[in-house]
Design a protein around this ligand. Structure first.
Ligand code: HEM
Length: 494
């Protein structure tokens, strides 16, 4: 009580002036929020700023020191998630780990995820990742109309294989479609401020016939789509196990581990396996696709980076074979490209919001109870003091003069995947998938700007979709084999 009394006398962190009742509602940016948050942070000379959006307290952290202190050292306080009635309660997304309250249910799901995807465990997935990367090369060889869509197919194929042991059939595979639609609905519904029911949860009890409750009808339709992505692939794996045709996968391994159980214990364990599997798919696809799209855009802007990487690959791997995971230690420039992709236009600029239930203090400021606390990962990854000329794509920043990776430069992987106990549990697999695609494409293809009908180069728009995971909007580019030998090597992979 004494602590609380002391805290309450402290001032709030600085921030833009608040109006009565609505607070900073009208100051809130509707796009690229991370840039405005950093601007305020500089304006108020503080790595912690406070906003009040129509009664909701929002705290934004924009330095590595602040996120480490609050999200890591005080993780017992800062590992919650804000209540999201639209997506969790109305759309039934309570099976998604990212939205779960911090507690035992979250722990049991997260534990199963960790066992499948920790740094050692993910090595077992390398053969599937390599096979899918080769399939991607074959797709690109046939000609790519939309490279971002090709990446969606690649990520879908890897994840469906690892998670359920299911093969994806073509670009319009039903599981790819279901997941794409599910992710789109979840992304729209979880955008802060998109639905009034998130600010006034009691609205969920208003009867459906009352005007203004379209959100309830949307929630019913969207719930069905999301449920399909949870239920259908899991049911197919169960069916395959029953008929003895199931391949080894995350789901089949875990279902076998619990087959001795009975009754509610079995039901509970099956529910955790089913939910964890769906999390893999829904957590992996858009994030990985976004990073790969950014990689292509970076190559279009920086042809010299592409040439340097190709020279490194040719000198290490040799021109007669395709690279594999074993080459990673000898290809530091390629690894530096992956790090720069994760830094330059990081996939989740504001990570995901954390939630503070009880009042706290930081640097003499009071952080009110029930605050949404956001780590501005974009600001940290664009800090000029650590990454000079932060808006340029420069893999060299991660290298020593002799070409090895420089351990003294902060690795973007420690920021781009979020913070503390909620840090992305799929990060090791994500980095492996990014690396194998980047190295495979660079070793066999040239990435250039497309040429228009007027014989001029077409500049990509560099526009990204709105949402929690901004993804490059479709753009034109030319991806052509580097040599006849590259074509032969790719064809030989089938
Ligand atoms: C480039 C790829 C990826 C990026 C940038 C990324 C980023 C993130 C971020 C920022 C968070 C929130 C962390 C926080 O709350 O502080 C997160 C959570 C999560 N990610 Fe990823 N992710 C990626 C790939 C993946 C993959 C491949 C999987 C699954 C195999 C995955 C599964 C999850 C899950 C389940 C959570 C929720 C964790 C929790 O709330 O405890 N992610 N991710």
């Amino acid at each position: 009580l004494r602590w609380n009394r002391n805290c309450s006398k402290l001032p709030l962190p600085p921030g833009p002036r608040k109006l009565p009742l609505v607070g900073n509602f009208f100051d809130m940016p509707t796009e690229r929020q991370w840039e405005t948050f950093l601007k305020w942070s500089k304006q108020f000379k503080s790595d912690i700023i406070h906003l009040n959006v129509a009664g909701t307290s929002i705290v934004v952290l924009s330095s590595i020191e602040a996120v480490k202190e609050l999200f890591e050292k005080r993780s017992a306080l800062y590992s919650g998630r804000p209540r999201m009635p639209m997506v969790v309660e109305l759309m039934g997304c309570n099976f998604l780990i990212a939205f779960m309250e911090y507690g035992n249910r979250w722990r049991s799901h997260r534990k199963m995820f960790y066992e499948g995807f920790n740094v050692g465990a993910v090595e077992q997935f390398q053969p599937q990742e390599l096979a899918a990367a080769h399939e991607l090369l074959r797709r690109l060889l046939r000609g790519s109309a939309d490279v971002v869509n090709d990446f969606r197919h690649f990520t879908g194929a890897v994840i469906m294989n690892i998670t359920y042991g299911i093969d994806i059939r073509g670009a319009d595979d039903k599981y790819i479609k279901i997941a794409k639609e599910g992710i789109e609905r979840i992304s729209t519904a979880s955008m802060p401020g998109a639905f009034l029911v998130d600010s006034i949860p009691a609205l969920k009890y208003v009867p459906n016939w009352i005007p203004g409750t379209e959100f309830k009808r949307k929630a019913i339709n969207w719930k069905k789509i999301v449920q399909d992505s949870l239920q259908l692939p899991f049911a197919e794996t169960q069916q395959n196990i029953a008929t003895g045709t199931a391949r080894t996968s995350f789901t089949s391994i875990n279902l076998r581990l619990v087959e001795e159980l009975t009754g509610t214990e079995l039901e509970e364990q099956e529910a955790v396996i089913k939910a964890t599997a769906a999390n893999m798919y829904l957590g992996a696809v858009d994030t990985t696709v976004s990073a790969l799209g950014t990689f292509i855009l970076a190559m279009l802007l920086n042809p010299e980076v592409q040439k340097k990487a190709q020279a490194e690959i040719d000198s290490v791997v040799g021109s007669g074979q395709l690279p594999g995971f074993a080459d990673k230690p000898t290809l530091p420039y390629v690894s530096a490209i992956v790090k720069e992709v994760l830094r330059w236009r990081n996939v989740t600029p504001l990570a995901f919001p954390h939630y503070l239930a009880a009042e706290d203090e930081y640097q003499g400021y009071r952080i009110p109870a029930n605050s949404i606390v956001i780590g501005n990962a974009w600001a940290i990854l664009h800090d000029e003091a650590i990454y000079p000329d932060p808006h340029s794509f420069k893999p060299e920043r991660f290298l020593l003069s002799e070409g090895k990776l420089n351990p003294a430069i902060r690795d973007p992987e420690t920021v781009a995947f979020g913070f503390g106990r909620r840090i992305c549990p799929g990060r090791h697999m994500a980095v492996a998938a990014l690396w194998i695609v980047v190295v495979s494409i660079l070793s066999t293809f040239n990435i250039d700007k497309a040429i228009g009908e007027d014989d001029r180069e077409i500049e990509p728009s560099h526009e990204y979709s709105p949402g929690v995971v901004p993804t490059p909007l479709p753009f034109k580019c030319s991806i052509t084999p580097r040599s006849p030998q590259a074509v032969e090597m790719i064809q030989a992979t089938s």
